[in-house]
Design a protein around this ligand. Structure first.
Ligand code: PLP
Length: 446
């Protein structure tokens, strides 16, 4: 490593995200220099398939000129404006209108933020604000799920149910409580049917609500398919059961579609795939293909009205970011959603889903693998046989990266979530590299 190389200066000057800092100081990072379609290239010219679409997010692939143009055009016209003091601008209004037209259940308003974490954090504040507005200050607890992921800010990180996001950060906050992780593949008991597993998960939720008191619980958060927990699709009947329980106890449902939204499951929204009708929908990532930071909070009228009343009583809803509804980010988001529609990327995900899931299942026949799971164009293979639990995913993902495929190792799983523009031939290429890497790891392990 040359002393003034990007790699060396990265170690010298940057504190990396989600990393072991000492490992980073020792080994540094790969410098990704450019991207095109489903591929990215590092600064040695090595090509990789981006099998995780960046961080589950680049729906339209890398290097899409229409998004660059949308950004340039908006930058040239109005590069920035805020939404304080009763100001707005066209791009955010256009995107809000577009989102409301696409969502297949009645929603009333959209509020833009810049990241999934920010959006979930703000929804938590809105939930509390609304409970106060409704004269129910005791109804504030929030239910998350073990292995659920909703971000890393204080409230979102607390709703998250992943230990490494809590440890040494003094999280979760007291108001955030967690119910069990509904992964039949990981947590089903020997001889337990999927229906029995679902019933057990629902009984856990009921018991938690009873223990804590329904009058103290305001909302439950859930990803329709858990992503960062290791790609965990729900067991059959789970979401219907959860919604019935929440309705019975007057508890709001927040669907976090930060990963699942915009076609990932083969429908525009995963709420459609699983018949979920939430009170609040959180969107990000594929909303702008992450070309610019953007997230959206979409709320129904029953959620909105008490908040509007309270803001009127106080004189203001005392929350807003400098970048709320950023004009360039929302212009890029709108163009991105138009591309998803015009190129029928949701249809592409639906058409390729069978082949993609068959590819995942085929990898699960490998001696290193235990089982596969997934839906649409997202899936994971659980590995087995490692001495220490939780290390197989990264070990195998590292090997795949060496072979030219970037995916994500989470615990003992390897997770796949390619750009929605992927073709049949590229799916075949991706799984061929994956299998060759698994063969290489198996041969090394003897
Ligand atoms: N919610 C879900 C479901 C996510 O997967 C993520 C990020 O992976 C987030 C929220 C947080 O989003 P961000 O990283 O933009 O803060």
């Amino acid at each position: 490593m040359l002393p003034n190389s990007t790699e060396a200066r990265d170690i010298r000057y940057q504190m990396p995200a989600a990393a072991d800092m000492r490992k980073h100081e020792e080994t540094g990072s790969v410098v990704i220099e450019r991207g095109e379609g489903i591929y990215v290239y590092d600064n040695t010219g090595k090509r990789y398939i981006e099998g995780l679409a960046g961080l589950w997010s680049v729906a339209v692939g890398f290097g899409e000129p229409r998004l660059a143009k949308a950004a340039f055009d908006q930058m040239s016209k109005l590069p920035y404006y805020h939404q304080f003091n009763y100001k707005t601008h066209g791009p955010s209004v256009d995107l809000a209108e577009k989102l409301l037209s696409l969502i297949p259940f009645p929603m009333s308003k959209v509020h833009f933020t810049s990241s999934g974490s920010e959006a979930n954090d703000l929804v938590a504040k809105m939930v509390w604000y609304r409970s106060n507005a409704m004269g129910r200050p005791e109804k504030k607890k929030i239910i998350g799920r073990i292995k659920g992921y909703h971000g890393v800010t204080i409230a979102a990180g607390s709703i998250t149910g992943i230990e490494r996001n809590h440890t040494s950060f003094d999280l979760p906050l007291d108001r955030m409580i967690h119910t069990s992780c509904p992964s039949y593949e990981l947590f089903g008991k020997e001889g337990e049917s999927e229906a029995d597993f679902t019933a057990r998960m629902l009984a856990d939720l009921e018991a938690l609500i009873e223990r804590e008191g329904a009058d103290t619980i305001a909302a439950m958060w859930g990803e329709p398919v858990m992503g960062a927990g290791g790609v965990l699709p729900p067991p059959a009947g789970y979401w219907a059961g959860v919604q019935a329980i929440l309705r019975k106890h007057d508890i709001l449902l927040v669907a976090d579609e930060v990963i699942c939204g915009f076609g990932r499951t083969g429908k525009m929204f995963a709420c459609e795939t699983y018949d979920i009708v939430p009170d609040v929908l959180v969107l990000s990532k594929q909303l702008s293909s992450s070309y610019l930071p953007l997230s959206a909070i979409v709320i129904n009228d029953a959620f909105y009205q008490p908040i509007a009343d309270e803001s009127h009583r106080i004189g203001s809803f005392g929350h807003g970011f400098t970048a709320s509804g950023h004009p360039v980010a929302t212009a890029v988001g709108l163009e991105n959603v138009k591309i998803i529609e015009e190129r029928d990327l949701v249809g592409n995900a639906a058409r390729l889903a069978q082949m993609f899931q068959a590819g995942i299942k085929d990898l699960a026949t490998h001696p290193l693998a235990d089982h596969a799971r997934g839906v649409g164009l997202i899936g994971a293979v659980e590995l087995k046989g490692w001495d220490k639990p939780g290390q197989a995913g990264t070990a195998v993902a590292d090997r795949m990266q060496a072979e030219g495929l970037i995916i994500r190792g989470i615990g003992d799983a390897i997770c796949f979530c390619p750009p929605l523009i992927i073709t049949e031939a590229q799916v075949t290429e991706m799984f061929a590299i994956a299998r060759a890497a698994m063969d290489a790891v198996a041969a090394e392990r003897g």
